[in-house]
Design a protein around this ligand. Structure first.
Ligand SMILES: [Zn+2]
Length: 566
């Protein structure tokens, strides 16, 4: 592997406190090093450009059974957007649900190098990893959906936290998963019977356990297992007016489990969970109340779920929510029930500027990002593809950096939403340093990825260079220039390899797949004996065939953690 020296760029490396200083970054054997022999290194002249760690995406649906069903459901999404073949890249299709190779290329073009798929049904883990193996350049990981697994519900109902922890450790190993994902806790199990849960204290049919008990139980499990990320929660009642109250309750319900002020819960695509009002007519923003709570507490991180005014495809494990969306939109719909584990639904959707509700949703996500003071608590996502394709991130960056860019959107949205929006009252404009936090450093920190999201010695040499000169350019006045620079990185470097140059993919190395290997030997033996019997009763798949072996992953990267249960 060659050594590289990136010279004279304005470096933004928030985890190491670097705020735009002009400095050199040295790379050897895929890692960042103190210094290298300049004569032997390939030099990249980054004068007049900004240098950041590679982008990290904490929540983007890019692989697996649901994503693939979305591709099948949406032929119109394919011919709308074609990725041409080049001597280096394969052809591909898809605007909101791009094919696997295209997904890798498009992330890399934006300077992103690590992406987490947040919703892997455990039973469909093989499919997810197969698609990961076909997604080039970027590193990946997946969060198994565990909040509605029968085993989890049974253990937590009996308050058997340690056994539940052993089961979750086994599941992370079996699915090669990274974090505990909870979607509409209890609601997915209820959906198997055409029902839902109404709030955090509404008992789950047939189990009697409440969503609150599921969230708290898995939060305790998360701590016992010392997992690198917190529980990753899609709240109950997502997408319904008035749900911000339930979201506040969800954040509150783990307050007493917090240790040393450390994060204990991640609320994902919070925009969809920050709705006020009693119905769609009185629909309003709950962002201010959520921001107020988050500003006063240190145990919560969030991601935005920013709406983009475009046609996209919604897909989530929240089956009952997708049914509501299907009824509201009248669009085509796919629904699935994954045995004892989870559900899923898919509905195409168009966000329109002139729709009162959609315009309010745009505003709510912006309000969250602008009213939450600490950028380490809120991250940039569009819940790809639910609120919009990930390829629109540069647009969101330009809105955050420029008040002028926001005003331009506001002028064109629904009048009633214009009047209600708090966005015109907010002056805040993000700095490049803050952008680096919400697009890489903060996400990496929240994920507990030690070698990502920063440019310190020993970090993986995942680096993005953008053609933006903060010394000569007033960014807030030039939002279009900002957007274009973030759309096509001048360079994307992955593990020390140049993968993108001037916005074009120039090499396509495979990325790693991270998974969390929890060491809890005794607990694991005990749990596997019980599971063997239960698999026979509950599953169509044999216990022996369920786990995904490590060699199934193209480049496996296990993160070993020691659990407090033995
Ligand atoms: Zn999502």
């Amino acid at each position: 592997m060659t050594s590289l020296l990136i010279k004279n760029g304005f470096v933004f490396d928030p985890l190491n406190g670097v705020k735009g200083e002009k400095m050199d970054i040295a790379i050897e054997n895929g890692k960042i090093v103190e210094k290298i022999n300049e004569r032997e290194a390939k030099i990249i002249d980054a004068s007049g450009m900004i240098v950041m760690p590679g982008g990290v995406d904490i929540h983007s649906h890019i692989a697996g059974a649901k994503v693939n069903s979305g591709r099948l459901l949406r032929p119109e999404d394919h011919f709308k957007d074609v990725e041409p073949k080049t001597p280096i890249t394969r052809s591909g299709v898809g605007y909101s649900i791009p094919s696997t190779f295209t997904t890798g290329y498009r992330y890399a073009r934006m300077g992103y190098t690590t992406v987490m798929d947040p919703a892997m049904p455990p039973l469909k883990a093989r499919h997810t990893h197969e698609e990961f193996n076909d997604t080039p350049i970027i590193d990946k990981a997946a969060y198994p959906l565990l909040g509605d697994c029968w085993f989890v519900l049974e253990y937590l109902k009996k308050n058997r936290i340690e056994e539940c922890a052993a089961y979750v450790a086994w599941m992370l190993k079996a699915t090669k998963g990274y974090a505990i994902k909870i979607v509409n806790p209890g609601g997915l199990e209820a959906w198997g019977f055409g029902r839902n849960v109404r709030n955090i204290d509404d008992p789950v049919p047939n189990f009697g356990i409440t969503p609150r008990e599921i969230i708290r139980g898995l939060c305790k499990v998360n701590k016992l297992l010392n997992l690198p990320h917190t529980i990753h929660v899609h709240t109950n009642n997502l997408g319904k007016p008035g749900n911000y109250i339930n979201t506040l309750e969800t954040m509150r319900c783990v307050e007493d489990l917090v240790e040393n002020g450390k994060p204990a819960i991640h609320i994902t695509h919070c925009q969809f969970s920050a709705f006020a009002g009693d119905d769609w007519r009185t629909f309003d923003s709950g962002a201010e109340a959520i921001a107020k709570y988050v500003n006063a507490h240190s145990h919560v991180t969030l991601d935005m779920g920013q709406i983009i005014f475009t046609e996209t495809t919604t897909m989530t494990a929240d089956g009952p929510f997708q049914f509501i969306l299907y009824e509201l939109s009248g669009n085509k719909w796919v629904n699935s029930d994954v045995e004892t584990e989870t559900s899923a639904g898919i509905v195409p959707f168009q966000y329109k500027r002139k729709s009162f509700v959609h315009a309010m949703q745009w505003s709510i996500a912006m309000e969250l990002a602008l009213l939450i003071q600490d950028p380490w608590k809120i991250f940039l996502t569009t819940d790809h593809p639910n609120a919009g394709p990930f390829t629109h991130y540069p647009r969101v960056i330009s809105w955050l950096i420029s008040r002028k860019a926001r005003e331009k959107i506001l002028e064109r949205i629904n009048r009633k939403a214009q009047r209600k929006s708090l966005v015109p009252t907010i002056d805040r404009e993000y700095s490049l340093y803050e952008i680096a936090v919400i697009t890489r450093a903060g996400q990496s920190k929240a994920l507990g990825l030690k070698n990502k999201g920063h440019l310190g010695v020993g970090a993986d040499a995942d680096i993005a260079i953008y053609n933006l000169n903060p010394e000569t350019l007033d960014l807030a006045q030039k939002p279009k220039t900002v957007r274009k620079a973030f759309e096509r990185a001048a360079y994307t470097i992955k593990d020390g390899n140049i993968t993108v140059k001037n916005g074009e993919v120039v090499s396509t190395p495979s990325g790693r797949t991270f998974w969390v290997n929890v060491e809890a030997p005794q607990a694991e033996i005990e749990i596997s004996k019980k599971l063997q019997q239960k698999f026979g009763e509950y599953y169509t798949v044999k216990y022996e065939n369920y786990p995904v072996p490590e060699h199934y992953l193209a480049i496996p990267a296990s993160i070993n953690v020691k659990a407090e249960v033995q």
